[in-house]
Write a protein that binds this ligand. Structure first.
Ligand code: 3H9
Length: 694
């Protein structure tokens, strides 16, 4: 049963019991209606408490039902709320923890609301590309006022119940036992004559509603370019203000129905579930015991090591930070302090928290100080010989059961594990730079990595607020292996007729945060050069455009040298197209006897994105990633792929794999076509009319 019904001395308690978050799926909705009706027909019942079991009052509508017949099957949430609101006996929503989306809308339909202090209250629908579709845009402004409501609806951010104590949303915010308080409150209002208050009957009062709505519109203008939902949220609130509750409600409903079909909403829901699915590893059961991580060691206090250390400190986990030289250690600590100072000056961190965080770091020059660490993350120079020294030393000093992690982005984790006598405890933790900011963590599973090590790292990742995705061992893991194919295509296109600014502009228009050439100038062109030099040795037959090598030979490594694919003015990161580089590119084509042609923006986008898709398909076939959504999460959180397109694999599904296959075959038959080895997985899925995500 998704809903429990009990009676307590004149009070009926309807308890939502649909784990994990009491989603308002069909059976829960039906259960609520049944409970309300049962209470109406029982003369002994004077009041009804609506509450939730487990970790939420309700996390809202069941998102998995969207776009299925169940979503519109009666009783819909709107019907349930109507029945609750028109109950002759007073209904009291008792919120012990989360009330989100439809959960809050349901509570707003009750006559009274009481909440435990610390409960999280939100209308987060906008984050799923929709708007509150069961009266939230109409009732919340009537409950807490136009400004506070619009802020909550447009941001989707949770607000603590105690902050809303005086807002008009709650009749009581309770410190002690909520269940007891709810029963007492119910008995009190149950003894009073009706009718009981309805939020829908309250007025929205604001001295300048039109002005504030316009202000809200201006504030969402930037996001609204790619996401239709925020504007629609405002439209729906405005409809209620101008035309009254019922017309506002009807308008909200129409907007909901339209938004839930949009590709943006589809992409955002894919990301919501993709994030949660990423933490599930097919052969590692959810109940795998985890190791306790209360003390972390970080080796290397450079940009990467310092950033990694900050993640743990921010989560309250003490870090022993090791360097080989005192001055490097001092520099590392100073950088960490500077980062925290910047957070303080931006108001993101309380000044007293700065010292508390710094106090969690124990700097050291001695490996012996790592002997108590439960996890040690190495962030030293990216060379196998250096890693060998570090891991052999760690094998000597680390306690039994400690997890030994490498932050390598390019090296073979199995080889690193083999430097120790405990390969089962070795894992890759590939953070992205800046490590204290970037959400993505690639967890690299070696052939011997123990399941409990993986389970521990995935749990820890959640604690340090990373999106962790498991990758098998291969060159570049998931993210960098795919980006290499994307960059190869970008370089070929320069040779064939495009210029850096055109390529960047086309892919930025598609939605990438930064095109390949601006990105490369930022990261340093010498990094890619070093990788290519290694490739030329390891895979001499691999066809690469030499155009980037030509640029690097001139010392144009990017922003740090004042010029790369673009020119830069001192102290300014703005990329200015470089006449010199553009001429060099044209000359290069001539030398290579390539007749330059006009390359369309459409071709640029297809070649770049389908290069990712094709490599992603191979990564799936090889089992390096266990599901397509993992690949999408890597690209959404670590590589600036546009969120509203849901990641390369979902985008490919949207285009249709039949079309992707045809495009790849077409490019494979042209100049530089040997770079396209069509992934068999694409052909197979396209033949079945399926996509990567089903
Ligand atoms: C809505 O309400 C529309 C209405 O306005 C109108 C309707 C007509 N549905 O996050 P967690 C699953 S739209 C289905 O790890 P936490 C989640 O996938 C909804 N499933 O837990 C996961 O499954 P699994 C508006 C849901 O404790 C499991 O629950 N509401 C839903 O860290 C645990 O999730 C939202 O947008 C759902 N609504 O956080 C709230 N919610 O175990 C979205 C969760 O198989 N939810 N699941 O991987 C959240 O923000 C968090 O889940 C919450 C709990 C804060 C509730």
């Amino acid at each position: 049963m998704a809903v429990d019904y009990t009676t307590h001395d004149g009070v009926a308690v309807i308890t939502l019991n649909n784990p994990p978050v009491n989603g308002l799926g069909l059976s829960t909705r039906a259960g609520i209606v049944e409970g309300i009706e049962r209470a109406q027909h029982d003369p002994a019942i004077k009041a009804i408490v609506l509450t939730g079991a487990g970790k939420a009052f309700s996390g809202g509508a069941d998102i998995t039902e969207f776009n299925t017949p169940k979503a519109t099957q009666e009783p819909t949430l709107a019907t349930v709320i109507k029945i609750v609101e028109s109950s002759a006996k007073p209904v009291i929503a008792a919120i012990h923890s989360v009330a989100m989306g439809g959960g809050l809308e349901l509570a707003l339909g009750a006559h009274y609301r009481i909440a435990a202090s610390g409960a999280q209250i939100a209308l987060p629908e906008v984050k799923l590309g929709i708007l509150p579709g069961a009266g939230g845009t109409q009732r919340l402004p009537r409950a807490i006022g136009l400004e506070a409501a619009l802020n909550m609806i447009v941001s989707g951010a949770p607000v603590m119940s105690e902050k809303l104590a005086e807002s008009g949303l709650f009749d009581e915010v309770v410190q002690g036992d909520l269940a007891e308080a709810a029963l007492a409150f119910a008995r009190k209002v149950g003894a009073q004559d009706g009718p009981h208050p309805k939020v829908r009957e309250r007025k929205i009062e604001h001295p300048n509603a039109a002005g504030f709505i316009q202000f809200a519109r201006n504030s969402v203008a930037a996001v609204a370019k790619n996401f239709p939902a925020p504007q629609k949220c405002i439209d729906a609130v405005e409809a209620g203000v101008q035309k009254g509750f019922d017309k506002g409600l009807a308008f909200e409903r129409d907007c909901f129905v339209a938004l839930v079909q949009t590709p943006e909403s589809h992409a955002l829901r894919h990301a919501f579930f993709g994030e949660r699915a990423a933490s599930k590893i097919p052969d590692v059961p959810a109940d795998t015991p985890v190791r306790d991580i209360s003390q972390v060691g970080v080796i290397g206090a450079g940009t990467m090591g310092g950033g990694i250390a900050m993640n743990f400190i921010n989560a309250g986990i003490p870090v022993t930070l090791l360097e080989t030289k005192q001055d490097a250690l001092d520099r590392g600590l100073a950088t960490i302090r500077k980062n925290y100072e910047a957070n303080v000056s931006k108001g993101k961190l309380k000044p007293e928290a700065l010292e508390q965080r710094m106090a969690l770091i124990t700097p050291t020059l001695s490996y012996d100080d790592l002997k108590n660490a439960d996890l040690i993350v190495e962030a030293v120079f990216e060379e196998l010989g250096v890693k060998e020294q570090v891991f052999k030393r760690l094998d000597e000093v680390a306690k039994r059961g400690a997890i030994l992690a490498s932050n390598t982005s390019t090296l073979d984790v199995d080889k690193i594990a083999a430097f120790t006598k405990r390969p089962q405890d070795v894992v890759g933790m590939h953070f992205f730079s800046p490590a204290n900011v970037m959400k993505l963590l690639e967890v690299v599973r070696g052939k011997d990595t123990a399941k409990d090590v993986l389970a521990t790292v995935m749990k820890l990742a959640k604690k340090i607020r990373k999106t962790a995705v498991v990758s098998g061992v291969c060159d570049g893991f998931i993210g960098n292996r795919m980006i290499e194919q994307y960059i190869r295509q970008a370089l070929f296109m320069l040779e064939e007729g495009a210029l850096p600014a055109q390529v960047d502009k086309a892919i930025e228009k598609f939605g990438f945060a930064m095109g390949p050439f601006r990105m490369s100038d930022l990261a340093g062109n010498d990094i890619g050069w070093a990788i290519r030099k290694r490739r030329y040795q390891e895979q001499p037959d691999l066809h690469y455009s030499k155009i980037a090598d030509r640029l690097c030979e001139t010392g144009r490594f990017g922003q740090k040298t004042g010029g790369g694919w673009y020119d830069y003015k001192a102290g300014d990161r703005t990329a200015h197209p470089s006449k010199l580089v553009d001429e060099m590119i044209v000359a290069f084509s001539k030398e290579a006897s390539v007749e330059r042609r006009k390359i369309s923006d459409e071709e640029i986008v297809e070649r770049l994105v389908f290069a990712l898709v094709n490599e992603g398909a191979k990564i799936l076939e090889e089992g390096i990633a266990s599901k397509a959504s993992d690949i999408d999460m890597v690209y959404l959180t670590g590589y600036g792929f546009p969120l509203y397109r849901g990641g390369p694999m979902l985008y490919a599904d949207t285009v249709g794999l039949y079309n992707v296959e045809r495009a790849i075959r077409r490019y494979a038959s042209r100049a530089n076509g040997d770079a396209w080895q069509l992934a068999p997985g694409i052909v197979e899925l396209a033949a079945k009319g399926r996509g990567f995500n089903g």
